[in-house]
Ligand binder design. Sequence first.
Ligand code: NCD
Ligand code: ZN
Length: 346
Amino acid sequence: MKSHTLLMPLDMHLHLRDGVMLETVAPLTSYSFSGAVVMPNLVPPVTTKEDVIAYKKRINAALGRVEEADDVLMVDDFFEPYMTLFYQHYDREFLEDVVDDIAAVKLYPAGITTNSEGGVDSFDLETMRPTLEAMSDLNIPLCVHGESDGFVMDREAEFMSVYEMLASNFPKLKVIMEHITTKEAAAMLDRYPNLYATITVHHLLITLDDVAGGMLQPHLFCKPIAKRPKDRAALLDLALNAHPKVMFGSDSAPHPQHAKEACGCAAGVFTAPIALQLLCELFDANDKLDNLQNFVSDNAQSIYGICPEFKEVVLVESPFEVPEHYGSVVPMYAGETIAWSISNVE
Ligand code: NCD
Ligand code: ZN
């Protein structure tokens, strides 16, 4: 049986939520990943050092870790939640105080996606300059949800001018184009040395046709929406060839079934427990399994300058039947079969 080993897989864009949902989904990621960049779009969003520390504690608690003071006492399976702050116009003093507790700051245009109402209203360079200069000096990456408020299929392409503005005015600031979905974003990568990108597994697999070409598929609906075949081809070219500026970020975004199968479907695809299996299947089908390690870990380690503790995940080419539910959440491909499964984690 064909097998493939991955070392220290990392999910560089993950929604863990809070409360019961956090308890359901956090162990599904910590099982097979060494770490994940945890998104700050809670209600209310994560905007203070206290918020960051308290949320990290709740994540560790959801993983069954007992903490005393600031020390984690019991850790069975190693997993590092790389925390983020929700972008606001922060001053230098605040960022200096929080820099050791965060991996990045996440910027959302106001109202563009789930829980982003407190995001940025206008991308005015001078208003943003003090925050971005301080982040650049402190080497804090800026993760960006790059969509305009234009026509839904054009939103990401229209946002390219903002990426150019950010990358050219702050040449030492690492700007990460999150969950890219278009050939325009793929082409931007090599134009500025300080631009990077994450790509989800669902955007490597589906196009708008899968979402809305037949019966509407709420569990494939997310922001940014999946685009055209030529866009998916551009993403596949980057991921399968392990472009060094590209990292895997699942954007796994759980919503309860009633919020997805509703009149007014919440945006987000839940892939955390099936991501590595799907990636193995995809990379194997394209004869590119040797590049998967770079895409799911090594590139991210270099870009973020992180060094996760050892974890070895062995996958085998043996069918995995995707459960219909994980708690209240319906995963992508529920009830379907993936050709690869996880056989061992150490
Ligand atoms: C995310 C969510 O539900 O938090 N939804 C999504 O469709 N991706 C937010 C986001 O990353 O846009
Ligand atoms: Zn997201």
